[in-house]
Design a protein around this ligand. Structure first.
Ligand SMILES: [Zn+2]
Length: 86
């Protein structure tokens, strides 16, 4: 798993799960900035969020959640964050 060395500023918005405020996004396996519909992972609780048009963070819809749960890369990334927290 390769984490990009490029960080992108986003509007300061809280994690929709735990309220942790984030203002940075970093790509995993790519160097692109986040855009509407990009999936992000909270660095505090390791739950998944989706970026809006304004790059705020919202909870995934039920359909998105199914896709996210099936994405091995996202799950690998969540496990890495959880490990780093314990
Ligand atoms: Zn969180």
């Amino acid at each position: 798993m390769r984490v990009s060395t490029k960080d992108y500023w986003t509007p300061k918005t809280p994690c929709p799960h735990c309220g942790f405020v984030m203002d940075l996004a970093t790509g995993v396996e790519h160097d692109d900035p986040p855009s509407a519909g990009s999936v992000g992972i909270c660095e505090s609780c390791a739950e998944v969020h989706v970026f809006t048009e304004e790059l705020a963070r919202r909870r995934p819809t039920a359909d998105e959640q199914i896709e996210i749960d099936a994405d091995a890369k996202v799950q690998q990334c969540r496990r890495a964050i959880k490990r780093s927290k314990s």
